[in-house]
Design a protein around this ligand. Structure first.
Ligand code: 5GP
Ligand code: ZN
Length: 137
């Protein structure tokens, strides 16, 4: 896509610290890392988010996340990772080209993804689970 920031990086019109690239996937460092080694993995094909990806891209992105995640752990000596993909602005998505964040984690690194717990009303969880199950049939 002509005006998409990540498509521009894919076309090498904008520089980035690329850690992996093949014919369908590219991965480069986030310009504002949550921790050193914070990497964005994405398909080269433009799509707005993970839910809009075709099956081949989804397969390739999963395999790349595994491979790159392991390399990041080794390179940074991270004790863990957060692997997340924001979908739509309400969830914090800012760049609308599918990408998965791999964030290296260290003990006491000050990052906190803990959220306030919500509670279901009586019977509500069963109803919602059944609604989703029906949509998946
Ligand atoms: P989102 O919030 O859409 O899930 O994540 C977009 C990410 O892209 C942000 O974490 C942001 O720091 C990163 N980002 C924004 N602009 C650039 C850029 O020009 N280059 C690189 N490498 N990362 C960027
Ligand atoms: Zn794009």
């Amino acid at each position: 896509m002509k005006d998409c920031l990540f498509c521009k990086i894919i076309r090498k019109e904008i520089p980035a610290d690329i850690v992996y690239e093949d014919k369908s996937i590219i991965a480069f460092f986030d310009i504002n890392p949550a921790n050193k080694g914070h990497t964005l993995v994405m398909p080269k094909n433009h799509s707005n988010n993970l839910l809009e990806d075709n099956e081949d891209d989804l397969k390739n992105i999963s395999l790349a996340v595994k491979k790159i995640g392991n390399a990041i752990m080794k390179a940074t000596n991270a004790e863990g990772l957060n692997i997340i993909s924001n979908i739509n602005s309400v969830a914090g998505q800012v760049v609308f080209h599918t990408h998965v964040h791999i964030i290296p984690r260290f003990k006491d690194d000050g990052i906190n993804f803990k959220v306030q717990r919500r509670y279901y009303d009586e019977g509500e969880s069963k109803k919602l689970a059944s609604k989703i199950k029906t949509l998946l049939k």
